[in-house]
Every structure is written in structure tokens, then in C-alpha cells.
Design a protein around this ligand. Structure first.
Ligand code: SF4
Ligand code: SF4
Length: 70
């Protein structure tokens, strides 16, 4: 059903927190040094992608990481 998810390139993220502020569903959370994406809340509106000054956020095909098929 999903197929696409928001991904963070940690190397590009400067931790400015701006994406957290523009997310309408609070799917982003900034810990002291690392941004966390709650993909179950994210609706892929792309507000954060458009805002991010470093291009650290992108929508990518969902990776299957050892998750069992539903
Ligand atoms: S807007 Fe970009 S650089 Fe700033 S915290 Fe979010 S992902 Fe990181
Ligand atoms: S794509 Fe939209 S809903 Fe998802 S984290 Fe970014 S701002 Fe929030």
C-alpha cells in the first residue's frame, strides 16, 4: 500500500530543525543530534523536503529490510 517513504540522508542534515516546524502531522522529531522520521505518520506531503536547505530529505522507494511479507 505504501511503496514510498520519506528518507533522511544523515550526512546532509545540519540539524536545523526547520523540517520539524513545517511538518503538519508531527512526523519529524529532532533529537539532540539526529532527526527521526516517523514514517507511519508521514503522509508524503513533501513540505519538509521543500523546506530543507541542504536537500537531506527525499522520497524513495520503500526498502524491504528483513520485514516479513504481510
Ligand atoms: S530541514 Fe534538513 S537540515 Fe534541517 S533538520 Fe530537517 S533534514 Fe536536517
Ligand atoms: S513529507 Fe510532509 S508529512 Fe512527511 S515528514 Fe515531511 S512534512 Fe511531515
Amino acid at each position: 500500500m505504501h511503496g514510498q517513504v520519506l528518507k533522511l540522508d544523515v550526512k546532509l542534515c545540519g540539524g536545523c530543525g526547520g523540517c520539524v516546524a513545517v511538518c503538519p502531522v508531527e512526523a519529524l522529531e529532532l533529537f539532540p543530534s539526529e532527526l527521526k522520521i516517523k514514517n507511519d505518520l508521514c503522509n508524503l506531503c513533501r513540505n519538509c523536503m521543500i523546506f530543507c536547505p541542504t536537500g537531506a530529505l527525499s522520497v524513495k522507494a520503500e526498502e524491504i529490510e528483513g520485514s516479513s511479507p504481510s
